[in-house]
Design a protein around this ligand. Structure first.
Ligand SMILES: Cc1cc2nc3c(=O)[nH]c(=O)nc-3n(C[C@H](O)[C@H](O)[C@H](O)COP(=O)(O)OP(=O)(O)OC[C@H]3O[C@@H](n4cnc5c(N)ncnc54)[C@H](O)[C@@H]3O)c2cc1C
Length: 405
């Protein structure tokens, strides 16, 4: 498709955040152009684990998570294509006093939000997920409404539906510069020419800060490598067995393709310097390290004995973005009218994307959204985290052993 000369909104990046935003804009009749430097929906989003969870102790996040989870469960009705959502429920086990206290806090938060959540015995946990041996767990929480889906179907599902509703889909079209005049954005320069637009969304994933920096805007986030593997089929595992998370080890395990998916949050993740990535860099080129996951498996092998011997069939990873407070960056940017950011996914953006897209589209078209995205705006970091070393350190801390944050 030839690049249009004008649009009412240009969305840069067709990952889960950008594609969901483009879909909701198109659904509301906006003239939207969705650009990606690579093939549509091909970077971090399809490499995710696809876990969803609803509880969150920040009110705006709790509302977004709830809306997003239910939208993913109904995805096929609304979008005409499935994301294979499985409402498997989830278990979280804690093995220390501090972990137990944190788990109780999480259950209290869930109850406060009206989400069914309860403590279960190790025996019940093992009955629900026979591949999980709880051992000396001090507490195990069960949330039946959580689930998982096929991550490869989310962003492309949104992008395809956006196209059907009239959005211009422009793969292999890098945005090279934001065009601005008099304190407002007026368009985007691409390799194929300029697109004039009064609104531009930076949903460029690992490249978000680089896109914004070209307009003199600092978006404080740090891409880090996050990996998972999927084993060959294992007898007895089944799709509706709950996701299992171990709190202190910060690992997750779920069913996938007859085997088990295993992922986790190490202490020293590899930080990705997006500014130094060569032009045309593709996440498929990201160097992976199975050793990181093997070390995490060693820590928890007594709880998942099948992982000791199962062969790895799939190993993948991507570059999610971490922020200093572990929350996404969504919404307007003071000083550059018409410019919006949708990034800082903190390894939870795929499952949040339907609500991100809906609220951002409302904010762009109506000037407000419900819930108000103000608490998630980049303005909360204004005049802070200007030093790259300090920013990296705090973002790594947010990532490391993530379930203990
Ligand atoms: C192993 C792993 C497991 C995960 N598990 C989960 C999970 O269980 N649940 C969950 O919710 N999340 C999970 N995540 C996180 C999830 O993948 C991210 O939150 C989500 O993909 C973020 O989407 P995005 O749109 O920000 O980024 P991306 O999918 O990377 O999209 C950004 C897009 O912007 C494009 N772009 C960049 N610069 C430009 C430019 N200048 N011009 C045009 N296009 C540009 C890129 O090419 C890319 O396609 C996981 C991630 C990984 C890696």
């Amino acid at each position: 498709m030839a690049s249009p000369r004008t649009a009412s909104v240009v969305v840069i990046g067709s990952g889960a955040f950008g594609s969901a935003t483009a879909y909701h804009l198109a659904r509301r009749g906006a003239d939207v152009a969705l650009l990606d430097q690579h093939a549509l929906a091909s970077q971090t989003s399809p490499r995710a684990a696809g876990l969803t969870s609803k509880a969150d102790n920040m009110p705006v996040m709790a509302r977004l998570r709830d809306e997003a989870c239910e939208a993913l469960a109904r995805f096929e009705d609304e979008m005409g294509r499935s994301v294979d959502f499985h409402r498997s429920g989830s278990l979280k086990a804690a093995y220390t006093e501090a972990g137990e206290a944190r788990l109780h806090q999480g259950l209290d938060t869930a109850h406060g939000l009206g989400i069914e959540a309860r403590l279960i015995t190790p025996r019940e946990a093992e009955r629900l997920a026979p591949h999980f041996k709880p051992g000396d767990a001090r507490a195990i929480g069960h949330v039946p409404s959580d689930g998982w889906l096929d991550p490869a179907k989310v962003a492309i599902g949104f992008a395809t539906r956006a196209g059907e509703l009239g959005a211009r889909l422009l793969p292999f079209t890098p945005a090279v510069e934001l065009i601005q005049s008099g304190g407002r954005v007026t368009g985007v320069r691409t390799k194929d020419g300029d697109i004039s637009a009064p609104a531009v969304v930076d949903a460029a994933g690992a490249w978000t800060a680089r896109v914004a920096a070209a307009a003199g805007i600092r978006v404080p986030l740090v891409p880090v490598r996050h990996q998972l593997f999927v084993t060959e089929p294992i007898e007895g595992v089944a799709p509706l067995q709950p996701i299992v998370r171990l709190l202190e080890a910060s690992v997750y395990v779920r069913y996938e393709q007859g085997g088990l998916m295993f992922g986790g949050y190490e202490d020293q993740p590899r930080v990705i310097d997006a500014a130094a990535l060569p032009p045309g860099f593709d996440i498929a080129q990201l160097e992976l390290d199975l050793g990181v996951l093997r070390s995490l498996v060693d820590e928890v092998a007594e709880h998942f004995p099948a992982l000791r011997t199962a062969r790895v069939a799939i190993h993948r990873g991507g570059a999610p973005t971490m922020t200093p407070d572990g929350r996404p960056i969504l919404g307007t940017v003071a000083g550059l009218e018409g410019f919006y950011v949708a990034s800082g996914c903190c390894v939870g953006g795929l499952s949040l994307s339907p609500a991100v897209g809906r609220t951002l589209a409302d904010l762009i078209l109506d000037g407000k959204s419900d819930p108000d995205l103000g608490p998630l705006s980049v303005e909360r970091f204004r005049n802070r985290w200007d030093d790259t070393a300090g920013l990296t350190e705090v973002c790594v801390r947010q990532y490391a052993r993530r379930y203990t944050r």
